[in-house]
Design a protein around this ligand. Structure first.
Ligand code: NAP
Ligand code: FE
Length: 360
């Protein structure tokens, strides 16, 4: 059985928030805006959103405490704020961290549940969510996933709900002009990782490949310009959303679950963690499932796996060095991740250790 499910309306173009002001009123009269500390202001997106809401006579409150790799505890606090305010809908402005946090906030706002219950059955539908991505990487604006940091398990863990897809994603390339170079590199690598992992897992289908191959075709052309310091933000946002639509159908595989540990324990930004692990993963794919790698290279426009890995390495702004002990303990923990079962071959703990060991 195959299914295509992409319920998010995606609007792409400079000025798209203000030009579509009337769409906001469909969702109610009170909004809760979820953002990080500074990016919503720096990018100009917060000003556009608040002016738009005011023009539509929609009241709003702002929760701007979302940290990078948001914790369940922060999202729970945001949910209580949205609930107390009586918000009708939630607007996320930010990279993956605020967008993922907003999905949890929207669920906490409608349900009387304890923080960790977010990983159980979410009884009532979350509040409707609108998203304004400020990075081109996570694709969170078109996925039902929310990846949160859980101190209790010393790791990151995702939940999803069919109603966590944002209703509308407003993709304005102008908001990405304030991106620091390192965040641009990290998030570009994340988008690439989504497209690659979507094409290299058990759940890959003709449907997911429509999105993943298109994302790879765009990224193959766009990444050299990112590296050269001349990013095309509009095309990057589009490519990143395509990659998000691909993982909305397949999920990610071991690159992501292994990367979460680099983020949790060594504070490596999410996309960079993927960029660091991808070469080791792709070389194993070439060994175990070469026929699956050929269409990946063709879509990206690389002659060989080595050429693709060389490009990925150029997106790593700062190297990471692991100790032998870290390699062992991370591999032991990573092999029990849920998505290991979606890998194209039965990957072993030793193979995961060999991927981490490329960082020694
Ligand atoms: P992020 O954590 O949202 O942001 C990283 C940093 O960049 C923050 O300091 C942020 O500032 C700043 N920033 C973001 N946009 C900016 C802009 N336009 N101008 C200036 N500064 C900007 O980074 P991200 O890589 O987009 O998101 C990573 C998170 O997404 C991780 O938690 C990851 O697990 C998750 N993720 C989710 C999915 C999914 O399907 N849901 C997929 C992949 C990854 P502020 O703190 O001020 O915002
Ligand atoms: Fe990701």
């Amino acid at each position: 059985m195959k299914e295509l499910f992409m319920p998010t309306r995606v609007i792409l173009g400079k000025g798209c928030v203000k030009e579509n002001a009337s769409l906001f009123a469909e969702f109610g009269q009170k909004a809760c805006i979820i953002t990080g500390k500074t990016s919503a202001q720096k990018s100009g997106a917060l000003a556009d959103i608040t002016e738009t809401l005011t023009s539509q006579h929609i009241a709003y409150t702002i929760f701007d405490e979302v940290e990078n790799n948001p914790s369940v505890a922060t999202c729970f606090r945001g949910g209580q704020k949205a609930k107390a305010y009586g918000a009708d809908f939630v607007i996320a402005i930010g990279g993956g961290s605020p967008m993922d946090a907003a999905k949890a906030v929207a669920a906490f706002a409608t349900n009387d549940m304890a923080p960790m219950d977010i990983y159980g059955t979410i009884k009532k539908n979350p509040l409707p969510l609108l998203t304004v991505p400020l990075t081109a990487g996570t694709g969170s604006e078109v996925t039902p996933y929310s990846v949160l940091t859980v101190e209790e398990i010393e790791n990151k863990k995702s939940f999803s709900h069919p109603e966590s897809f944002s209703k509308i994603a407003f993709l304005d390339p102008g908001y990405l002009e304030s991106l620091p170079r390192s965040v641009l590199f990290d998030t570009t690598a994340d988008a690439l990782s989504h497209a690659l992992e979507s094409m290299l897992c058990k759940r890959t289908s003709d449907i997911s490949n429509v999105y993943a191959e298109a994302a790879l075709r765009h990224l193959g052309k766009l990444i050299p310009d990112v590296i050269a310091g001349k990013p095309d933000f509009e095309k990057l946002l589009f490519a990143s959303s395509l990659a998000g639509m691909a993982i909305a159908h397949t999920g990610t595989v071991v690159v992501h679950s292994m990367g979460y540990l680099l983020t949790y324990y060594n504070n490596v930004p999410h996309g960079r963690a993927n960029a660091l692990l991808l070469p080791g993963f792709l070389k194993l794919c070439a060994k175990h499932v070469p026929a699956r790698v050929t269409p990946v290279l063709k879509a990206f426009g690389a002659e060989t796996v080595e050429a693709l890995c060389g490009i990925i390495s150029q997106l790593v702004d700062e190297p990471v060095l692991l100790t032998e002990k870290e390699v062992k303990t991370f591999a032991k923990k990573a092999i029990s991740a849920k998505n290991v079962s979606q890998n194209l071959w039965q990957i072993s703990e030793a193979e995961e250790a060999s991927i981490y060991a490329t960082l020694q």
